[in-house]
Design a protein around this ligand. Structure first.
Ligand SMILES: *[C@@H]1O[C@H](CO)[C@@H](O)[C@H](O)[C@H]1NC(C)=O
Ligand SMILES: *[C@@H]1O[C@H](CO)[C@@H](O)[C@H](O)[C@H]1NC(C)=O
Ligand SMILES: *[C@@H]1O[C@H](CO)[C@@H](O)[C@H](O)[C@H]1NC(C)=O
Ligand SMILES: *[C@@H]1O[C@H](CO)[C@@H](O)[C@H](O)[C@H]1NC(C)=O
Ligand SMILES: *[C@@H]1O[C@H](CO)[C@@H](O)[C@H](O)[C@H]1NC(C)=O
Ligand SMILES: *[C@@H]1O[C@H](CO)[C@@H](O)[C@H](O)[C@H]1NC(C)=O
Length: 585
């Protein structure tokens, strides 16, 4: 629904009407950073009886209860060093508010139930009401031999942090939030909540010896007002070697301190890979959770296997010897293997036009996902990163109010590495979240918010955006920009689908036995740097826009696009990206 730049002016008016009918605009990922914190809508209180997503408890469509034999993956318990933890995801609701929070749907607070014998609660659970109930908290058991200096101790008192009696919020009772006062050398990992002003009994919750705790940071906002807020927390330090463990509790605090001192995370003092899945278990996990990747119905640039790309004429260029590129061998065995990241070598498409066009278009039949498994949250989760290779990233399109504009060469590049990540609990084997990579950033999405294939596999669905191949959990239009001006990410359920269950395990350091393909250790760029002038491109494009105000806004938007989209950098391979050893960003 757009025309070439040169003749666009003429068609704009015609297209405006047609385009307006089909466009559904959703918030861009860049916009989601600032959440609406307007707490209470006093003019129209919501009814308590109206049903909300939270009234439903989410269950994965396929529950796997038996996994291949192994060392303890999905065995329910992990010893962090004299402290066993187990994951509980059955809850008793203590309190609910019916407005405020994300989407103004309110929030709820729960206590874990069915806590295994010998284990204790470390804190309550809370989440916004705009999603089905789906979460966990860790519960803990002291298995140290120390009697005086054990890993768990009850608090010596509680401090009442806040109560909701004077709030105009529509709530079913008053909420009292307590912070456990831990004995010297111990820390609180979560809150306890009541609906009466009496202090809870001291044996309801445990605090943890300080050496088993770490600094937390706040993540998503759960509920609150300008002065008092609930946030999800996770360890501040995260990565494949970081011992910080997410407890699943929340922090309630004045203001928006991002590094709360009141609530700590756990720390794994033992081996981080203790309950990571072995090779057979990885295969079983992927059999259950591998996504189906839906390509857009207008897609022209498909994924392929890396070997298909190499054996169809991909070339290796050496700086200073640009006229003599060499043919890359199957499996990339002749690619430089030193871990330098510089511009002395790069990969490019075949030179002759026929082959170049063919390779650009990719080859869906050969496409496979390349799997990297790494520990996360101190080894309580496995991040299963599934990389997809597209030989070519097509040009971007922008939307300026009601007009679509093809961005010429902007956004085009050779060698497009995209990924989605499955975050699977090593304690219960469940898929907890999925990460969708979108133009050098992306977003985590709870399992309760993803789509599942409507067939016997019930596997997750991922949508790849037209040309840019950003991954999304739902189809539609996402605009990267603001005020109706931005680059379009269009996704839909086209008939071309990649079964990501066709995979190759390319790396899992902790197993020590996975043979990495040679191409994985090619650290340099999978495509040449841009061969066009951005300012020239912009000048041409701006001719199309008649109104000065729009021109400026358009130029501003283009200049804020990530480098990867502007094509100023060639794309790097998986190992050269931060996410290889770190958490997703
Ligand atoms: C409150 O509700 C009214 C009626 O639906 C709406 O017009 C108004 O924008 C809402 N205000 C806030 C702050 O959400
Ligand atoms: C208690 O245990 C911690 C961590 O092992 C240690 O640093 C501390 O010295 C111990 N205190 C006593 C009194 O044993
Ligand atoms: C509850 O909060 C109100 C102010 O919001 C305060 O006046 C009251 O004393 C608090 N209740 C208790 C039991 O602390
Ligand atoms: C509030 O809701 C919870 C969960 O439904 C319930 O257990 C609790 O008794 C309710 N409180 C009041 C005062 O109704
Ligand atoms: C090269 O790739 C083929 C096909 O993927 C594979 O069977 C073979 O083991 C690989 N060889 C090496 C040396 O990695
Ligand atoms: C799922 O598939 C079944 C059988 O083909 C069909 O009846 C049902 O409507 C589908 N559900 C959805 C949500 O598409």
């Amino acid at each position: 629904m757009s025309a070439n730049v040169g003749i666009l002016c003429i068609f704009v008016v015609l297209f405006m009407a047609i385009e307006a009918m089909g466009v559904v605009t959703r918030a861009a990922p860049m916009d989601q950073i600032s959440e609406n914190k307007n707490l209470f809508n006093k003019t129209r209180p919501r009814s308590q009886s109206r049903s909300r997503p939270i009234d439903y408890t989410f269950e994965l469509p396929i529950a796997t209860t038996s996994w291949p034999q192994g060392n303890g993956f999905a065995g329910g318990i992990l010893d962090l060093g004299g402290l066993q933890v187990s994951q509980v995801s059955t809850f008793r609701k203590v309190w609910g508010a019916y407005d405020g929070g994300p989407d103004n749907q309110g929030a709820s607070v729960y206590e874990p139930t069915s806590v295994p014998k010998g284990f204790s609660m470390l804190g309550s659970y809370s989440q916004p009401n705009n999603k089905p109930l789906f979460g966990y908290v860790l519960v803990a058991k002291d298995v140290s031999s120390s009697t005086s200096n054990g890993t768990l101790k009850p608090p010596i008192d509680y401090t009442l942090l806040w109560n909701t009696s004077s709030l105009s919020a529509n709530q079913n009772s008053t909420l009292y939030i307590w912070l456990p006062v831990a004995p010297d050398g111990y820390k609180a990992l979560g809150h306890i909540v009541t609906t009466t002003p009496e202090k809870p009994s001291l044996d309801k919750i445990m605090s943890v010896r300080s050496d088993l705790t770490e600094q937390c940071e706040t993540t998503s906002w759960i509920w609150g007002s300008n002065d008092f807020n609930f946030y999800d927390v996770r360890p501040s330090n995260r990565g494949t070697q970081s011992p910080g463990v997410r407890v699943g509790t929340f922090v309630a605090q004045n203001g928006g301190n991002t590094n709360p001192s009141s609530i700590s995370c756990l720390k794994n003092l033992n081996s981080i890979s203790k309950v990571m899945p072995n090779q057979k278990q990885i295969e079983a996990i992927l059999q259950v959770y591998s996504p189906f990747l839906y390509l857009h119905s207008d897609e022209e640039y498909f994924p392929s296997s890396v070997n298909w790309f190499f054996s169809n004429g991909a070339l290796l260029y050496k700086k200073g010897d640009e006229l003599n590129p060499i043919q890359i061998q199957q499996n990339g065995t002749n690619l430089p293997q030193d871990h330098n990241y510089d511009d002395s070598y790069w990969i490019n498409l075949p030179v002759d036009d026929a082959n170049k066009e063919k390779v650009k278009r990719g080859n869906l039949e050969s496409a496979e996902s390349y799997v990297h498994v790494k520990p996360m949250f101190g080894g309580t989760f496995s991040d299963i990163v599934m990389w997809i290779y597209y030989p070519f990233n097509g040009p971007a399109r922008a939307k300026v109010e009601l007009i679509n504009i093809k961005l010429g060469k902007i956004g085009e590049h050779v060698g497009d590495w995209e990924h989605v990540t499955l975050r699977v609990s090593n304690l219960d084997g469940k898929l907890w979240q999925m990460y969708f990579s979108q133009h050098s950033s992306g977003s985590w999405v709870d399992s309760s918010q993803i789509e599942f294939q409507n067939d016997t596999t019930k596997r997750p669905i991922v949508y790849a955006s037209l040309h840019g191949h950003a991954a999304y959990p739902h189809e539609g239009l996402v605009l990267l920009g603001e005020n109706g001006i931005g680059v379009r990410d269009d996704t839909n359920k086209g008939s071309n689908v990649m079964d990501m269950g066709k995979f190759v395990l390319v790396s899992a350091d902790y197993l020590g036995s996975v043979k990495e393909p040679a191409w994985l250790n090619f650290y340099r760029e999978w495509g040449p740097k841009i061969d066009y002038n951005l300012d020239e491109q912009l000048k041409n494009l701006k001719k199309v826009l008649i109104i000065g105000k729009l021109k400026e806004a358009f130029e501003r938007m283009i200049k804020t696009l990530p480098n990867e989209m502007l094509g100023e950098e060639g794309p790097t391979g998986p190992k050269a990206k931060k996410v290889w050893n770190g958490d997703e960003v």
